[in-house]
Write a protein that binds this ligand. Structure first.
Ligand SMILES: Nc1nc2c(c(=O)[nH]1)N[C@H]1C(S)=C(S)[C@@H](COP(=O)(O)O)O[C@H]1N2
Ligand SMILES: [Mo]
Length: 315
């Protein structure tokens, strides 16, 4: 957890020559004593407190998990900047306690709940999931959390609740990236109610047995392992039950590039790059590229949710 510089440049989108020259540049910068290294050494992130949890082998893949340095050092969390190492460098300014979540919309129970209250009685599980970013890189992560359905049930959604909408904290003082209009803040994501209630859909509070690093979405983030990473919204402060499909941040930014469903699908390319394969972060360069699996390898569990839907139209 000391070196926060991503070891591999986004070779997916750039040709290999650029990749190698970038690596050379990076090596040069490091040899010269890059400020990123110094900063990381000056301000190591606090080590998360250990959590009590049980393993869930039924919902865990057999692949070896990525190292903590990869999972907590190569992030997308635009509230702290768009570089992959920005969240690990700057997310220390996020205060994760006290933390509350507001619940609204088509449900019998509304209100603002303290996080401690929401976590009370939720048995934590470790689940090793594949995680696939829309940018065609992937990780394997030992998340610690509990099924989202266990939390949603508590609010007693009505029959009009067709979707669930999630919102990230908006506070530019704590999240300096929100001063830059790269996205419309706050970050909003959503799921169809049956996706939200699916047993694979996880509310995450930790990884590698410890409280989530801020850069991974502390204190509460969603993980939907069969969808591209942007659906897995971080640092959640609002959960709403809606009759209409939520207006999600990325679909609002470029609706031709980021659909509402965002199911991992090797047959539907992003308009600017192929989704047929991916680069596993942390793997040796030549071994890193692997084919992308339909629904990110979770087709047996979730394909039935989309029966009869045209997944090219509903991407
Ligand atoms: N609030 C918020 N949530 C977010 C993002 C973000 O920028 N802001 N990035 C998304 C994207 S694109 C990805 S790939 C994952 C990255 O999760 P990780 O950094 O824990 O691997 O978070 C998702 N959740
Ligand atoms: Mo992503």
């Amino acid at each position: 957890m000391k070196v926060r510089v991503p070891r591999i440049a986004p070779s997916e989108i750039t040709p290999q020559e650029v990749y190698f020259s970038r690596r050379t540049l990076l090596a040069g910068a490091l040899a010269a004593g890059a400020s990123t290294l110094l900063r990381a050494a000056e301000a190591p992130p606090p080590q998360g407190a250990p959590l009590k949890y049980s393993n869930n082998p039924q919902y865990s893949v057999k692949e070896a998990p990525n190292k903590l340095e990869d999972i907590a050092g190569y992030n997308n969390f635009y509230e702290f900047g768009t570089d992959k190492d920005a969240p690990s460098r700057y997310a220390g300014s996020l205060r994760t306690r006290p933390w509350s979540v507001s619940v609204y919309g088509e449900a019998e129970v509304h209100g603002t709940f303290d996080l401690e209250d929401l976590l009370k009685g939720q048995a934590l599980e470790e689940r090793i999931y594949r995680f696939r970013c829309v940018e065609a890189w992937s990780l394997v992560v030992p998340w610690v959390g509990f099924p989202l359905s266990n939390l949603l049930a508590r609010f007693k959604p009505t029959s009009r609740a067709k979707y669930v909408e999630f919102t990230t904290l908006y506070d530019p003082k704590q999240m300096p990236g929100q001063r830059v209009p790269v996205l419309t803040w706050p970050y909003v994501e959503g799921l169809r109610i049956d996706e939200a209630m699916h047993p694979l859909t996880l509310m995450v509070v930790g990884l590698y047995g410890r409280v989530l690093p801020n850069q991974d979405g502390a204190p509460l983030r969603l993980i939907v392992p069969w969808k591209y990473g942007f659906k897995s919204i971080k640092s959640i402060v609002k959960i709403g039950f809606t009759a209409q499909q939520p207006r999600t941040t990325w679909a609002g930014a470029a609706s031709n590039e980021y659909g509402f469903y965002a199911n991992v699908n090797p047959q539907v390319d992003h308009p600017r790059w192929s989704q047929a394969s991916e680069r596993r972060i942390g793997a040796p360069f030549l071994a890193a590229r692997r084919p992308t699996l339909p629904f990110n390898g979770y087709a047996n569990e979730v394909a039935s949710l989309y029966q009869g839907m045209d997944l090219r139209r509903n991407f």
